[in-house]
Structure formats: C-alpha cells, structure tokens
Design a protein around this ligand. Sequence first.
Ligand code: HAM
Length: 414
Amino acid sequence: MIRCPRGTRDFLPDEMERRRHYENVLRTVAGTFGFREIATPIFEEASLFVIKSGPNILDEIYAFKDKGDRDLALRPELTAPVVRMFVNGMSNEPRPLKLFYFGQCFRYERPQSGRYREFFQFGAEMIGNANAETDAEAIALAVSMIKALGLRKYKIRIGHIGILRNMLAEANVPQDGMQEILQKLDKKMYDEAGSLLRSAGVCDDSVKRIFETAGTTGGKEVLDKITDDAAAYMKEVMEILEAMNVTDAEIDLGVVRGLDYYTGMVFEAEAPSLGAEKQICGGGSYSLSELFGGEKVFSTGFAIGFDRILLAMEKEGQTFRNKGVDAYVVPVSDDVRLEAVKIASMLRSRGIVTDIDIMRRKMAKAMKHAASAGARYAVIIGKSELEENSVTVRNMETGDQRMIRLDELFGLFL
Ligand code: HAM
C-alpha cells in the first residue's frame, strides 16, 4: 500500500474544515491591521535560500534539479521569497508594504509530534520603514492572531540580536564564529557556549558579562541595565506595545532565532503544552533585500507555525464543531426521486447546504446516514405529502417530525 511520504499528512474533510476556519480567522485579523495577502511559488531557485545561509542549508531542505538542469528548492519558509517578490516588482510601492501569506513549507527534518517535513506557516512581513512602531506592529499582530485563535497559555519573549552580537564583536569574536555561539546561548547551553567563547580568546570577565546579558529576562525595566542603543530602542518598542494593549510580552535578551538573517528585534512565542516542539511563532527584523539585488531596506515580520498552534489549541481542550449539512433530502420511493432532486436543487440555489440520498438507500439507512453527515434536518419526500405540496421534516437533534408546506421549507433554514 502506498502511503503519504514521511513527515507529510493527508487532511480529511473534518480536519480541513477546521483548518480553513482558523486560517480565515487569521486572515481577518491580518486584514484589520491593514495587511494584504500575497502568494509566491512553492518552489524557488535554490540560491534564494543559499545566499544568506550558505550551502549547508541544502542538507536541510528539499533541493533538486529540474529537467532543464536548474537548481531549485521547495521553500523552507516564505520570508526570502516575499523579499524576492518585493525586489522583483514591488520596490516602487508606497512604504511600508504590509503583506501576509499562508502556505506550506518544506524542511528535511526528523519528523515528530509538531515537527513535519511539510508544514504550514501563516506569516506577515513589513518592508520599508525603520522604527520602533514597525517592530511593535509586527509583534502586536502576532499576539492578536494567537488571541483570536483562542489559545490561552502562551508566552511571548522579545529580544534584540544586536545586543549580543555587539558584545561578541567587542570581545573580538570573529563574524563567522558568532552564529554558533549565539545558537548555544539561545538554547541556554552555557557550557558549550563558554568553551566556544574561550577558544575564541574571550576572557572570563567578558564571558560572564555575555552570559548575564543572554540571561536577562523580565519587564522593560531590565533594559535599563544595558548601555547599548538597542536597549533604548527595545524600551520604545515595549512602550508602544503597552499602548497597543499588548502587556503579556516579556524581554528575553537570550532570544537568538534559528535563521541567519535577523539584524535587530527578535521574538518568539511558545505554547508550553507542546513540550519539545513548543515554538508556535518566530520573527524579527532582518536585512535580505540587498542580497537579492535590491536596495537595503528595513524589514520585519514573523511566521506562526499553523500546525503547531492548532495542536496547542487541541491540547488545551478547544473543540471545533463541524458545520455539517443543513438539509438531507430523502426520497421515500423511486417515483418521487425526480421531485426530490428538484427540491434539493431549490434549497441549494438559496445557499442552503443540502445533500441528497443518491445511494437509493432504504428509509432507515438513509436517516442513519443523515445523522452521520451531521444534518440539521432530514427533508423526507413522500408521494402523499407531495400531492399536498408538502414534505416531512425531521429535526435531527430532537427527533421531532412534522409536515411542512414546500413554500415554508426555506424559512426553516433562515
Ligand atoms: P521559523 O522560526 O523557522 O521562522 O518558523 C516559524 C514557525 O514555523 C516556527 O515557530 C514553528 O512554529 C513553525 N515550524 C518551523 N519548522 C516546523 C516544522 N518542521 N514543522 C512544523 N512547524 C514548523 C521562519 O520561518 C521565519 N521566516 C519567520 C519570519 C518571518 N521572520 C521574519 N519574518
């Protein structure tokens, strides 16, 4: 038996209805913040992802050659594609550009709960305006989305990658060694980070100060201890967030992020209920456009891991009720089939979600099927009722059954 590839999933109708519902919740929230939806190709030139991250990224993504010998890759994320799209044809648009997207991404990862090889991101990017309002707007949008989905337990941590980078530069850590140290600090692996720092020639005092900064967490007042300009900037971001009524985000200067393109504010959201794969959203400000042949332009954004956030909602016990059909039409005998089809068509033409027994089932079986389809009403078409321009309707929840004139039938569904 052929199954779907490792790390991918099929979505059955109930699940798909749930996903579409929550996708649209996110679309609505993004719209209220003035963001507009875009779409980019599922595959791109592989170089789009290699330029910033280096060729090692090819081991982590689905890269391949097409029949024309082009090096392509399934997108592992959408920030680089969106910036490419900006450079290709949107760079003259009024700034800031406020764009959002929903789509699948592919990473060659070891699959586990909440970690897939094909997964979906709902993300937003703002391009072209460098100030604290822009960063605050990105964070506020992410928080509003998480809230709109109804997730109760989550944590938002905000940092600034420039603060640790500046400290590492002052301690003479070479540029190409920084990312590895930052990754260890992000994971709170201080022993490993310490060894790397010492082998880069950093003295014990500086190591201690770097650890202290990476361990700085709390309200905006913790930024007062830091002399870097970035700390003052982050304080402004936090004040704007407060004005936007986002009060549940906290500072964590150890937030580093996994991708290489971040330059300033960085943030992450996690859902503790998810265990190991608890990060449900990540983002920050970055610089990519100049690498793709465009001007250097301030950009900031984030992506919500759609599959993970839905998992977290489930873990919190949030349930989703599938709509089911409004009317399930059941012809009682063969000689009323055509009339039944006509009535079903009439209901459908009025926008009433209608299904009809096309399996020629016997009455009892048809009713059972109507129940399992989640029908609100069964509309039973019998010959004697039709002679009186009527049908029988059964409320599938209460079991109440009554005769109703055809011209009153539509009113039942208003
Ligand atoms: P990221 O942190 O790599 O950032 O991914 C964003 C989110 O996608 C993660 O927080 C996580 O919830 C979800 N995610 C990542 N990998 C997987 C996976 N294998 N299975 C399921 N979910 C996953 C980015 O992709 C950046 N482009 C975000 C961004 C936008 N930064 C600026 N703008």
